[in-house]
Design a protein around this ligand. Structure first.
Ligand code: URA
Length: 438
């Protein structure tokens, strides 16, 4: 078999056999396929696509390119959740303890942030002492012991993805549905869970800018799951504006804790109910969507979900006193307001909040990375004072900016003024959940 033949076949719209895909992934791993040939093949896939079987073969081969966790000793249902990346997305921090409290073991491996979105692992480090670097043995032991763990994803899981992604990033081949599907699903499958819950974001703040593309991605990942016999539930959600109000690290952890206390933003709560409801139904923990939602709400109102988060924090070396005392987390020196333009008598509806610009506002203050390994400031961030469709007055705060000096505030304001679009007329609130795919 020769790589040139695979490139030529894909360039002219042909499809590959399982053996050919295995040859490709083996060649990536042993270095016998040079980057220039892999790049040419990736570009051919971008133009010609892959059918569902090929995508599943690629996913499976990438999944088995490294360690595959065996979580079978944890029971017949072990949940994992993944979001394709969104601004202000702190869902995992709520979802993992909530589902663990509902009796579904949650084994969640997360990444650090790169680009315009922050990573769950970075956010968790705002909790003093919280350890994200768990060995595989400790990760499994913890899920066995307390029903949940959130660990940092290691390079040992689906290492072929790391190699392919590094090339995709520099060859303009990231935006390919089969390649994204194989990248996400190979890591999820290698992480061992058998109830995979995916949140596919669509809109300006997301990888998939249109709802149509996001639905296609969700359906592809669900099909790959079906072919490889691992149930996948996927929800397509709006990312035309950030999720919740907080964007940053400490501020997002606070918002997640508030959500577990039943005082969080409506959209984040709605998303957790939707994803959680689907998971409970799939795991046989509820018979109807209504019953599932009632169970999840009870776990929040009774404080059980919050207590479960405390258990998670303590098991991973963190200080659970943060749940009551937010000042224990890194805190910015200054709190400033970004104002709505116009006079106090003006009614201004928020027409749009560009998630990417909001993330950039946090990044210019030090909350984001430009390259892997860059240090980040967990204390800075911002909290929106309204979402699309909300009415504010001229001169009122549109966002609270948590920064460490005036220069940071000015840099953030420059981005925020590009992020917000206001209207003099009433604007309808957008819906969050666009579709559910199984
Ligand atoms: N997230 C991934 O893990 N892989 C992609 O290709 C895109 C988003």
């Amino acid at each position: 078999m020769k790589m040139i033949d695979l490139i030529l076949a894909k360039r002219s719209g042909g499809s590959h056999s399982r053996e050919q895909i295995q040859f490709l992934v083996d060649g990536i791993m042993d270095g016998s396929i040079p980057d220039y040939q892999l790049s040419a093949w990736l570009m051919a896939v971008c133009w010609q696509g892959m059918n569902m079987e090929e995508t599943a073969f690629l996913t499976d081969a990438m999944c088995h390119s490294g360690q595959v966790l065996d979580l079978s000793e944890l029971g017949s249902v072990v949940g994992d959740k993944h979001s394709t990346g969104g601004v202000g997305d702190k869902t995992t921090l709520v979802f993992v303890p909530l589902l663990a409290a509902a009796g579904i073991p949650m084994a969640k491996l997360s990444g650090r942030g790169l680009g315009h979105t922050g990573g769950t692992i970075d956010k968790l480090e705002a909790i003093p002492g919280f350890q994200v670097d768990l060995s595989t043995a400790d990760f499994i032991k913890q899920v066995k012991g307390i029903g949940m763990a959130i660990g940092g994803q290691t390079a040992e899981l689906a290492p072929a993805d790391g190699k392919i992604y590094a090339l995709r990033d520099v060859t303009g081949t990231v935006e390919s549905i089969p390649l994204i599907s194989a990248s996400v699903m190979s890591k999820k499958l290698a992480a061992g869970a058998n109830l995979i819950i995916l949140d596919v974001k669509c809109g300006k703040g997301a990888f998939m800018e249109t709802e149509e593309k996001a639905k296609e991605l969700a359906a592809t990942m669900a099909s790959v799951g079906r072919i490889l016999k691992r149930p996948v539930l996927a929800v397509v959600t709006d990312m035309e504006q950030p999720l919740g109000y907080a964007v940053g690290h400490t501020v997002e952890v606070i918002e997640a804790i508030e959500t577990l206390k039943g005082r969080g933003p409506e959209d984040l709560h709605e998303l957790c109910m939707e994803l959680g409801g689907l998971a409970l139904l799939e795991a046989g923990k509820a018979k109807t969507k209504e019953e599932a939602e009632a169970k999840l709400k009870e776990l929040i109102s009774s404080g059980k979900a919050l207590q479960t988060f405390a258990k998670l924090i303590e098991a991973q070396g963190g200080d659970s006193k943060v749940l009551e005392d937010y000042s224990l987390m890194p805190t910015a020196k200054l709190k400033r307001e970004f104002l709505v333009p116009g006079e106090a008598s003006d009614n201004k509806w928020i027409a749009h909040i560009d998630g990417r610009k909001i993330a950039e506002a946090a990044k210019v203050m030090g909350a984001g990375r430009t390259k892997k390994g860059d240090p980040i400031d967990l204390s800075v961030g911002l909290v929106l004072k309204g979402k699309c469709g909300d009415k504010l007055k001229g001169g009122e705060a549109a966002a609270i900016v948590y920064c460490n000096d005036e220069k940071q505030f000015e840099a953030a304001c420059a981005k925020l003024s590009e992020a917000f679009t206001f209207s003099d007329k009433e604007i309808a609130k957008p819906s969050l959940i666009k579709a559910t795919v199984k």
